[in-house]
Write a protein that binds this ligand. Structure first.
Ligand SMILES: *[C@@H]1O[C@H](CO)[C@@H](O)[C@H](O)[C@H]1NC(C)=O
Ligand SMILES: *[C@@H]1O[C@H](CO)[C@@H](O)[C@H](O)[C@H]1NC(C)=O
Ligand SMILES: *[C@@H]1O[C@H](CO)[C@@H](O)[C@H](O)[C@H]1NC(C)=O
Ligand SMILES: *[C@@H]1O[C@H](CO)[C@@H](O)[C@H](O)[C@H]1NC(C)=O
Ligand SMILES: *[C@@H]1O[C@H](CO)[C@@H](O)[C@H](O)[C@H]1NC(C)=O
Ligand SMILES: *[C@@H]1O[C@H](CO)[C@@H](O)[C@H](O)[C@H]1NC(C)=O
Length: 532
């Protein structure tokens, strides 16, 4: 008897637990799982290390919910096996407004639901998926309310919620304006965080605290948020942060807080910000920086002397800064490992390297492989060519469409392809201050002269036309006027009246002129009076 009760009690507990697991959204249906592999794409494979991979592709299937269980095809054993198996599941491109609690598995999981129209996330999401590895929820409609700390809590064991294994979280292209300060308390392994294209224009105290707490963070993307500064409290604990993207924001000065990343930061993207200059101390202390991107800045005019003294630098993208007129190449002499340098599409006219002649035998950048300098208004001087030759003319790239760097000035060399010229030739060349007009092509000023000449001729013709028109009008008016002047006389002279009647039938009346003459001397005075 006792035995039976015990079993009943046990069954009851299991039932209770089972319902508890499903939580508050139990009423919401899931997508039916039976024969799901006929609707979605299911793949499984095994790699050399005896890890089993399961691929579940349910993207763009007009689903409104995710699955309640993993497909039977994946086998229940594998699901329990822990980190030795891996599931990659995609629900992207469906209409899933609420992301429900994920079906249980101990396998490591990568889940994407991009372009899902997500507005809500069920809490907790990962209670039965402690080994979730990556979560890609970009291009949704998630706002601040959807992101609560309990979202990420793992299974409850002993007295607390276990942490989950999440490493990679993509929340870009959503509507996030601030984060809960405890948002990442259950994700102690987070290494990659993408918050690009959100509304984090100001990192308030809570948001800063949330991000600052993720000491394991290695890569962070805060691009395109309207940020103007990064608070001092953001980085002190992030001593593993290697890659930071803050492009497409509103920065005008390099945030001083970046110096706290001196030892870790390897890659920094500052492209498309509102900088007008970089100062001597802008990148002070960034001794590990290997890749720097300062491209696409419409107001950048000058990179001051000393700004680019970055000893570890290997890749510099300083292109598409349409107003950039000055950049000190000499700063880069300290970056011996420089391998890629993009200076295309700026407003640079020259590059100067003050290398003493005895040092010039050794190349300053032995590892340089790619140098792009197209689309600058180059002034092809001896200095420029010495610098380029030292840098290695051979590395100068042409664009994939065949565009090459060309001289804009001096006039003698305008349009010449840089790679067709040598320092030897340029330095020997005497560039005349004034040069003879070349016949090949009409120079601009000549064309302008033509235009002026044409304009003058046109206006002269116009004036003559007007004068002639005016004279004709005057004459006509005068003739008409004398016609009117006659009128009073019509009453005095039968003959005159006859003539004026006649003149009405005739074109431009020469007759009327006669009539006024016939009318006698007094009529002249009358005409004058009538005209006046
Ligand atoms: C995951 O592993 C734990 C023990 O490590 C086990 O209790 C649980 O049932 C497993 N989960 C699944 C879905 O198999
Ligand atoms: C620099 O950043 C811009 C904008 O984010 C990007 O288009 C460009 O490819 C980046 N350059 C490099 C070398 O990665
Ligand atoms: C240049 O690269 C080499 C090998 O990759 C490395 O050992 C060296 O420290 C680098 N130099 C600087 C200044 O970072
Ligand atoms: C280069 O050297 C010349 C003298 O040799 C000096 O006048 C000039 O200021 C130097 N330019 C730079 C950028 O150091
Ligand atoms: C090279 O220039 C340095 C100064 O920059 C000078 O001290 C040195 O003597 C020069 N070496 C030779 C071989 O001319
Ligand atoms: C560059 O030089 C080559 C050979 O000297 C010549 O064929 C080519 O037309 C030149 N290119 C231009 C744009 O002048």
């Amino acid at each position: 008897m006792k035995h039976k009760y015990l079993i009943l009690l046990l069954a009851g507990t299991v039932l209770l637990l089972a319902t508890g697991v499903r939580g508050q959204h139990e009423d919401i249906p899931y997508q039916p799982v039976t024969n799901i592999c006929q609707t979605c794409l299911c793949l499984s494979s095994q790699d050399s290390g005896h890890r089993t991979h399961f691929d579940l592709d349910c993207s763009v299937r007009s689903f409104e919910h995710i699955l309640a269980r993993w497909p039977e095809e994946f086998g229940s054993q594998a699901m329990a096996a822990g980190a030795s198996s891996e599931i990659v599941a995609s629900f992207s491109g469906n209409r899933i407004r609420l992301l429900q609690q994920l079906p249980a598995t101990n396998a490591s999981l990568t889940l994407s639901c991009r372009h899902c129209g997500l507005q809500e996330l069920q809490t907790p999401l990962f209670m039965d998926v402690p080994n979730v590895e990556a979560l890609y929820l970009s291009w949704n409609e998630l706002s601040d309310d959807a992101l609560v700390p309990d979202l990420f809590r793992g299974p409850f064991r002993n007295t607390r919620y276990e942490p989950i294994g999440l490493r990679d979280l993509d929340l870009s292209h959503n509507r996030i304006a601030r984060l809960d300060r405890r948002l990442f308390e259950h994700t102690p392994h987070l290494t990659k965080l993408n918050l690009a294209y959100n509304k984090l224009a100001v990192l308030d105290e809570a948001t800063t605290a949330a991000v600052a707490s993720v000491a394991t963070l290695e890569r962070m993307d805060l691009s395109h948020n309207g940020l103007m500064s990064l608070p001092a409290g953001l980085f002190p604990k992030l001593q593993s942060l290697r890659v930071l993207d803050v492009s497409g924001n509103e920065f005008t000065v390099v945030p001083a807080s970046l110096q706290q990343l001196a030892n870790s930061l390897v890659q920094l993207n500052l492209a498309a910000n509102a900088f007008s200059s970089f100062k001597e101390n802008s990148f002070q202390g960034l001794v590990s920086l290997k890749r720097l991107n300062i491209s696409g800045m419409p107001s950048l005019r000058i990179v001051e002397w000393g700004a680019l003294k970055l000893s570890a630098l290997e890749q510099l993208d300083c292109s598409r800064n349409s107003k950039l007129e000055r950049l000190e190449m000499a700063d880069l002499l300290g970056s011996r490992n420089l391998s890629q340098l993009d200076l295309s599409r700026n407003a640079l006219t020259t590059l100067a390297l003050n290398v003493s002649s005895n040092a010039s035998s050794a190349a300053p950048w032995p590892r340089l492989r790619r140098l792009n300098i197209v689309d600058n208004p180059w002034y092809c001087s001896c200095d420029l060519f010495k610098t380029l030759e030292l840098t290695g003319l051979a590395h100068i790239e042409r664009e994939t469409d065949g565009t090459e760097a060309r001289c804009e000035t001096p006039y003698l060399l305008a349009g010449s392809v840089l790679s067709n010229l040598t320092a030897e030739r340029i330095c020997k060349m005497v560039i005349p201050k004034k040069y003879r007009e070349v016949e090949e092509e009409p120079p601009r000023f000549l064309r302008r002269r033509y235009i002026i000449l044409t304009a003058i001729i046109a206006s002269v013709v116009l004036v003559i036309g007007l004068v002639i028109g005016f004279v004709v009008a005057c004459v006509r008016r005068r003739l008409k006027g004398s016609d009117y002047g006659v009128q009073p006389i019509r009453y005095t002279s039968v003959r005159g009246s006859n003539l004026s009647q006649f003149s009405q039938l005739q074109p431009a009346s020469v007759a009327s002129k006669f009539s006024s003459v016939h009318a006698g001397g007094s009529s002249g005075a009358t005409t004058g009076a009538a005209n006046a």
